[in-house]
Design a protein around this ligand. Sequence first.
Ligand code: NAD
Length: 352
Amino acid sequence: MYPFVYKSLPLRIVFGEGTSARLAEEADLLAIRRALVLTTPGHEQLGRAMAGRLGDRFAGLFAGAVMHTPVGVTEDALKRAADLKADGVIAVGGGSTVGLGKAIALRTGLPQIAIPTTYAGSEMTPILGETQNGVKTTRSSPEIMPRTVIYDVDLTLSLPVRVATVSGMNALAHSVEALDAKDRNPVVSLMAADAIRAIVSALPDIARTPDDVNARSLALYGAWLSGLCLGSVGMALHHKLCHVLGGTFNLPHAETHAIVLPHAMAYNSVAVPDVEKQIAEILGAHGAASALHDLAHRLGIPASLREIGMPEAGIDRAAELAIANPYWNPRPLERGDIRELIARAWAGEQPL
Ligand code: NAD
């Protein structure tokens, strides 16, 4: 047994079908009497449904959340919160909406409830990524964490198959990297393994039968565990690469993760063969990276960074940025091999 430190996150989780019906009760537990509800511009309806559940605890809606939490949007939302004299924030939606809730909580100390409807996992981390003038910065603080997270499977049924599958691969990336994290511990490893099992079982079922509630439940359960992994231990090459690629070329978050994951796994597999073997066993395959690449292909996920908008000329720049600030990774970062990894992901080739 390896030595470890285990720290748990202070969080209340409510999981199940129809659980958002308990929103008022949960708001009462946090003494929220004037809630500001947050959504992205396309999902005001969802926000209004939550308003109905809050009854007279609903103060107003801000339907302006966008990806990568631009500081200008946060400032608009803060103004709305102040005008409404809001004493709590309810974020309902994917990682973009959850990110806005975190940004408001950090600046105001208001209690927040997150109701995630994708598998990105942001609601389980004390990390906030924000953009200003095209630069993305990340910070971590306990005040950023939602106090309560309500996972309502029913709210994920409308997630289109294409969004659900890439978002599922995004969640998988958190669990995969948690298994070989520098600060891994037995509890996180158990959660990561169960998350991988749940997600790889659920995604093909969702692709075949989008209204399969059991599959949607399993995927959301796996996403919860994956988010916990992301919030509990440090991430390495895969997340660093996705951060660089997403930030530099403005690539869509979940798709970038889905495409890069098999390549990053392949890169690290020689350094952590036990982890590679464990994941391969869960996947029922010989090689973990190639099995994940094949799964993504079967799910119809874009295979290449080229397809999602990365220019070929960016490969060298991405390789430079990925090794510019050294960080821990199970296998040392070698510029030539990292460039090869990015080039293969760009072209949609099999992972090496
Ligand atoms: P997102 O919130 O933009 O949602 C992805 C897509 O799903 C959008 O098109 C959205 O409209 C759609 N969608 C969401 N819920 C839906 C529903 N119920 N029905 C139908 N469609 C729905 O993106 P995301 O992938 O969930 O999150 C990405 C963002 O989260 C990025 O900004 C990323 O940086 C951030 N993130 C942060 C952390 C962290 O720990 N700080 C972790 C993961 C992701």
